[in-house]
Design a protein around this ligand. Structure first.
Ligand SMILES: *Cc1c(COP(=O)(O)O)cnc(C)c1O
Length: 341
């Protein structure tokens, strides 16, 4: 049985959030003399601390209540706040499945929380038998599941995630940074069934706004209240909120770009499969592809010499390169370079 009060750090449970003037006053006024702002200019006002316009738009699109949405300074903030809300430094633990996104480890380290890393199986799925004892450990407060997983590209089986949600007393964070590129459905709709589920998404990938630093968490309103309490008051700037609103109001652009990337992905995979140095192309549900090649370190350096940067993942998966799907021109340059090598 999941009981949120037992999982939250006591100091966070009893914390009173910073309340700005714009939190206490709601509506439109004529004269704002409450926040010591400069009256002149265009960026002179503090941004909306609750990001109401973004939440209303997302609420429409995702069919989720606005009080079940957190808007953060990138997914990085969603990850970091999870540690700060649920894990007592030097005492509690978190768990993830390797190989996966490196930020869980960095964020755990910053927060002085041990991150247990369980190897994924050969097909990059979760080993539930091996996980079982950890589900029952009181110190393990968080489980991070990246799906589609970075750098492997696969979706994690939904039945396995549901098993974990049902049998773990702590909080499960599903990182869906790449979900827009997948044929499988997001788990966002499951937040109504699982009080211990956080689904994290981002504007950095399919939405094309990595420079704006905006990430989202969907969860029960109780978890979202904790996030809102712990976040910095003005965690998303006006410029960044506006950039997201412009994108959300032009979903056609999003669909067109996403479809180009998906078509390019299949093209790149076909062309890679014809190259002699390519040994394995792993199935992908993301905007990148993990490729096993011969002599990855040399190949990586040869590509750098041709001014093409890929991600050498040899340190986490032997002989593997992670290649992002770029524009048609960029992808062609990559393929040409590989053909020359
Ligand atoms: C790129 C990526 C993110 C995005 O992080 P932001 O801070 O939102 O830019 C999140 N999770 C994973 C697994 C990623 O690969």
């Amino acid at each position: 049985m999941f009981e949120l009060e037992k999982i939250v750090r006591p100091n966070i449970q009893s914390l009173k959030a910073y309340s700005s003037a714009r939190d206490e006053f709601k509506g439109e006024a004529e004269v704002y003399l409450d926040a010591n702002e400069n009256p002149f200019g265009t960026l002179n006002r503090y941004p909306d601390p609750q990001q109401k316009s973004i939440k209303e738009k997302l609420s429409e699109i995702k069919e989720i209540n606005t009080n079940q949405i957190f808007v953060g300074n990138g997914s990085d903030e969603v990850i970091d706040l999870a540690f700060r809300i649920f894990c007592e430094p030097g005492k509690d633990k978190a768990l993830t499945f390797s190989p996966t996104y490196g930020m869980y480890d960095v964020s755990a380290g910053i927060n002085d929380v041990e991150l247990i890393k369980q190897p994924l199986l050969a097909d990059f799925q979760i080993n539930l038998n091996q996980l079982q004892p950890y589900l029952e450990m009181d110190e393990v407060k968080l489980i991070f599941i990246c799906s589609p997983n970075n750098p492997t590209g696969n979706i994690i089986n939904k039945e396995d995630i549901e098993y974990i949600l049902e049998n773990f007393k702590g909080v499960v964070i599903i990182d869906e940074a790449y979900i827009d590129f997948s044929t499988k459905e997001s788990l966002v709709a499951e937040i109504k069934n699982y009080p211990n589920l956080i689904v994290s998404q981002t504007f950095s990938k399919a939405w094309g706004l990595a420079g704006a630093r905006v990430g989202i968490a969907y969860a029960s309103s109780k978890i979202i209240d904790l996030y809102s309490k712990v976040k910095a008051p003005y965690n998303v700037s006006s410029l960044n909120q506006n950039a997201v609103l412009v994108s959300l109001n032009n979903q056609t652009k999003f669909e067109i770009e996403k479809n180009i990337i998906l078509i390019e992905r299949e093209k790149v995979i076909t062309q890679l499969s014809q190259l002699p140095m390519v040994k394995t192309i792993y199935p992908t549900e993301a905007n990148f592809v993990l490729v096993e090649v011969e002599k990855v370190n040399e190949l990586y350096k040869d590509l750098v010499k041709k001014k093409i940067i890929t991600r050498n993942r040899n340190s986490v998966i032997n002989n593997c390169l992670r290649i992002t799907i770029g524009s048609p021109e960029e992808n062609q340059k990559l393929i040409n370079a590989l053909q020359e090598l």
